[in-house]
Ligand binder design. Structure first.
Ligand code: ARG
Length: 572
């Protein structure tokens, strides 16, 4: 059980014993060290309901509160807050267990089958900065859920279907004839642009492209093969980005829109059978009372166009059904731009109405805002073009290399390259993950690469500092008891003991910035501890205990950064 769960349970029991049976404990980490380590704020609300004096109720709660072996002091503050000071022995014991455990003492959850769907670029073009957020945020969420102990499936719902592919296949055939297909495909952005020019300017080419679309959708083997070749090249481009980013998506994660193609007529038939479908101007649509436009008129979800074509929504309905019936998932997390919010709310509602997903299946749109340039507009190249992801990441490494070389010129060049990779890529990821994902954020090289503040380089550097203690320490006793006496030790210990709660919170809310804020706090509390409490100069069991705190700090930072998809280095 996590500390938060344990205290919640005990305080709720005491509230019940004091005459407020269903009152929530409203427990949270104390806002200041003077207030102890945790505070329970539920008494005020409960007292109001019972028309009681809150301080009187607080006293009753404290009298009934059993925190033996957990807290060494519990007191009333202000209008009826309950401040809880954790007992050093309780903390020492918990941290000792965490150190001895590969999962850092994180309790096992009620295991769910969870899918995290992320990245999901359209394969017609090259990945650009617009895909960065989904890729980074989704990967962190998948890693955290997995570490906590859930059964996680990663899904890359790539856009590999639609009329554009006819045009691309036509251009592929043409460039093969000219003998320069390899060259042309090395830059997908260019490839798309040139294919589009051909399509717009040459009617015969456009006809061929349309013919390919029809043949592709009709299952023609020859066109299908050409399409597969194009998709293969495009996926290799994506994988180059994933490798550079250190993202845990693999080929097995890919299940593109095309995979649902054969099921789309079935989706339409099932919606019709469920009497959800109506004809509107020749198209097959669904109206749901939950969705109205600003004028209060019902909004249509288009399922099939007049010409028989299917839509983005149709595919997503088929995917939900597959994820329920075939994969048996309990929870699906869609990490997609906030601009698609309405789409997902409609899909989730409709899927449940149509019985494609059971009511208890958790379908969540984990939305994020836009990455902005310094000018406050969506991030673009100087000339206003889209920024290719691979180029952005190369630049991150180059900038980090310059910084690392300046800071530590004695390091061998190869080492500086390795450090630059960890720092550069880490900085880009951390800058994104440390912001509340729902807001837009401004992309700024200088702030993300700073060695001060809530940044990846700061945390990576903090990690190397802890490691350097061990390089000087000599033999350490890995089983030594953790003894907490000094305030700086206590504060660090409390923070370390909260790791589990933070991970549970991120697994629940899909908000990785809480983990970033947490790691930053741990790093800051470690440096205070390091200044206030000599480690190597201490003696006997105090020295051994402080080394244990340092060891757990290092492992917590390393594990936490790893869950964010960020590497650590031993020196920088
Ligand atoms: N390919 C889409 C895009 O680039 C994102 C797909 C999101 N996932 C989904 N199930 N619709 O906008």
């Amino acid at each position: 059980m996590t500390i938060q769960q344990l205290l919640n349970e005990r305080v709720a029991a005491a509230l019940a014993a004091a005459g407020a049976p269903d009152a929530p404990a409203v427990l949270q980490p104390a806002s200041k060290p003077e207030f102890g380590d945790y505070q329970a704020n539920g008494v005020m609300g409960a007292a109001k309901k019972l028309k009681m004096n809150p301080r009187e109720l607080a006293q009753k709660v404290i009298d009934a509160l059993d925190l033996d072996g957990i807290a060494d002091k519990v007191e009333i503050a202000g209008p009826g807050f309950i401040n809880i000071h954790l007992a050093p022995a309780f903390l020492g014991d918990k941290l000792g267990k965490a150190l001895a455990d590969a999962r850092l003492g994180v309790a096992a959850p009620d295991v769910q089958k969870v899918m995290v769907e992320y990245s999901s670029p359209n394969l017609a073009k090259e990945m650009h900065v617009g895909h960065l957020r989904s890729t980074i945020i989704g990967d962190a969420i998948a890693r955290v859920l997995e570490f906590v102990g859930h059964d996680v499936t990663r899904a890359n719902h790539v856009g590999d279907w639609g009329t554009q592919f006819g045009m691309l296949v036509a251009y592929l055939v043409e460039s093969r004839k000219a003998g320069d297909a390899e060259m042309a495909l090395s830059d997908l952005e260019e490839f798309y642009r040139k294919a589009k020019v051909r399509f717009d300017e040459d009617a015969a080419f456009a006809d061929t492209a349309r013919d390919y679309v029809v043949r592709l959708q009709g299952g023609d083997a020859e066109v299908r093969k050409l399409w597969e070749q194009f998709v293969e090249v495009s996926l290799e481009h994506c994988e180059a980005v994933y490798r550079k980013l250190g993202v845990s998506l693999t080929r097995d994660s890919v299940r593109g829109e095309s995979a649902y193609n054969d099921d789309l007529p079935v989706v339409v038939a099932d919606l019709a059978a469920a009497e959800l479908l109506v004809e509107d101007q020749g198209a097959q649509v669904v109206f749901m009372p939950e969705f109205k436009n600003p004028e209060g008129e019902p909004m249509a979800v288009i399922i099939q166009k007049k010409d028989g074509g299917y839509l983005y929504a149709t595919t997503d309905l088929s995917a939900v059904r597959y994820r329920h019936r075939v994969l048996g998932l309990n929870r699906v997390i869609y990490v997609v731009d906030a601009r698609q919010s309405l789409h997902f709310q409609q899909i989730f509602t409709l899927a449940k109405k149509a019985g494609f997903a059971p009511a208890e299946m958790q379908l969540e749109h984990v939305a994020f805002g836009t990455m902005m340039g310094e000018d406050g507009k969506p991030f673009k190249t100087r000339s206003g073009g889209t920024v290719k992801l691979i180029e952005l990441l190369d630049e991150a490494e180059e900038r980090a290399f310059a910084l690392v070389s300046e800071k530590n010129p004695e390091l061998a060049e190869a080492t500086r390259r390795d450090v630059a990779r960890a720092v550069g890529i880490g900085a880009v990821k951390y800058a994104d993950l440390s912001k509340n994902r729902t807001s837009d954020y401004v992309f700024n090289w200088d702030t993300m690469l700073a060695f001060e503040g809530n940044t990846a380089p700061y945390l990576q550097y903090a990690y190397t500092r802890v490691q350097s203690v061990f390089r000087k320490a000599g033999e350490v006793d890995a089983g030594a008891a953790i003894l907490i006496a000094e305030p700086a030790e206590k504060q660090l210990a409390v923070a370390l003991a909260q790791f589990e709660d933070v991970l549970y919170n991120v697994a629940d809310t899909c908000q990785p910035h809480h983990l970033c804020g947490y790691l930053y706090n741990v790093a800051t509390l470690f440096s205070r501890f390091y200044e206030a409490c000599p480690i190597l100069k201490a003696e006997g069991e105090v020295r051994a205990s402080r080394l244990q705190l340092a060891a757990l700090t290092a492992r917590t930072l390393k594990t936490g950064l790893d869950l964010l998809g960020i590497a650590v280095v031993d020196a920088m």
